[in-house]
Write a new protein. Structure first.
Length: 79
């Protein structure tokens, strides 16, 4: 691997690493706002904000695991 490709690989890894906390924060936040909206608009007795926040956290965690797997594959030399 030449120097330019090595440099590109590290930039790509840094981009993936930056995306991990964004993904972990965005899932619960979007879930909270969507759940809060539905809770106030349609279902006032059900705690949809908390439920959607937990679903968003689960989705963010699963996406983070997928991103880390891609980073490991890229570090080992795959595409």
């Amino acid at each position: 691997m030449d120097k330019k490709q090595e440099h590109y690989k590290w930039i790509k890894l840094a981009g993936f690493a930056f995306f991990v906390p964004v993904t972990l924060a965005a899932g619960p936040l979007l879930g909270y706002f969507a759940g809060y909206y539905l809770q106030t608009k349609y279902f006032p007795a059900i705690h949809l904000a908390a439920i959607f926040m937990l679903v968003g956290l689960l989705a963010g965690t699963l996406e983070t695991i997928r991103i880390i797997k891609v980073m490991i594959k890229l570090e080992k030399g795959g595409k």
